[in-house]
Write a protein that binds this ligand. Structure first.
Ligand code: GUN
Length: 298
């Protein structure tokens, strides 16, 4: 069998470039005496993954030149108290956009919190108004992971028109919105999209006919070589922290793709880490910049 040379979709490099572009723009805003974009983040509890994500968001804000505010609560915070804070941020003219890091403790309704956020400040793009506007192709905040995936495909000039794109996973945060973007009349977009999930019967057959596979299941090394056609484009959204004694942190960030066996069959593939992860954070920054400039909702 012919062995292809595959190309990495280097999210780390692309996000670094986007970061520089945004830092340059913020420097210009500053020089003109304009308003510096301000992102606030609410973090509840001490989940390791959430701590890392939020710390990275705050650090990236600083690197670009945005203002950022981190608001912390213990796990015992009430829904009422959290809703009060959301309302306060909605009405704070200095805050351009804010996020509530998920997941939240079980006694708090995530949906209630999300719907309490003013959609014009919802830089996560989770509010039903933003989700709905995205699905019909209107200007909106697109959630960060789907936006990052599409931007990565765009910057590598991956041809998507007329291709069969299989999305594995139907979450509200990744699977559903990325399927919607990939089918949209756009570039990237114009794909024939199939969404597979835990109740699908013929996942392997679907994957074997796919030109592009976006895997967002959260199942480490789920996608194997015998599920992938030669020359496919693979986007791995998985970031499971698998315990590993040989690393300093005690875990290894593991994707949903069995990289070593799948990569040789691919035209393009994202690494984990360094693929979708950095694109997600930088897309949140992009939304923060758009919120600061009031371009989507003037
Ligand atoms: N938890 C996992 N991904 C995300 C995200 O993109 N935003 C927020 N707020 N929470 C998350």
């Amino acid at each position: 069998m012919e062995e292809r040379g595959y190309q990495l979709l280097d999210g780390k490099a692309v996000s670094a470039q986007m970061k520089q572009e945004m830092a340059d723009e913020v420097a210009l805003i500053k020089a003109d005496g304009g308003k510096i974009p301000h992102l606030a983040a609410i973090l509840v509890g001490h989940d390791g993954g959430s701590e890392t994500y939020v710390a990275n968001k705050v650090k990236t804000c600083e690197e670009i030149g945005f203002k950022s505010t981190l608001i912390r609560y213990e796990n015992e915070v009430t829904e009422e108290e959290l809703l009060r804070k959301v309302n306060e941020l909605n009405n704070d003219p200095d805050v351009d956009g804010f996020i509530v890091q998920l997941p939240l403790p079980k006694h708090i309704s995530e949906q209630k919190i999300i719907e309490a956020i003013d959609y014009r400040k919802d830089v996560d793009g989770f509010h039903p108004i933003n989700v709905g506007r995205m699905s019909i192709g209107l200007p909106c905040f697109v959630s960060a992971t789907p936006a990052g995936i599409v931007e990565l495909l765009k910057r590598y000039k991956i041809e998507t028109k007329g291709k069969h794109c299989v999305v594995l996973g139907r979450s509200n945060i990744v699977g559903k919105p990325v399927a919607s973007l990939m089918m949209q009349k756009n570039d990237p977009g114009d794909c024939t999209v199939t969404v597979c999930h835990s109740r699908s019967n013929n996942i392997k057959e679907m994957c074997l006919s796919a030109d592009i596979i976006i895997v967002a299941l959260g199942v480490p090394e789920y996608l194997k070589a015998d599920m992938v056609k030669e020359g496919a484009v693979i986007v791995d959204v998985g970031t499971t922290r698998v315990p590993n004694a040989s690393t300093k942190s005690g875990f290894k960030l593991t994707g949903d793709v069995k990289f070593d066996e799948v990569a040789p069959k691919c035209a393009y593939i994202t690494p984990v880490p360094g693929g979708v992860g950095p694109m997600t954070i930088i897309s949140l920054m992009r939304n923060t910049l758009l919120a600061g400039k009031k371009v989507i909702y003037p």
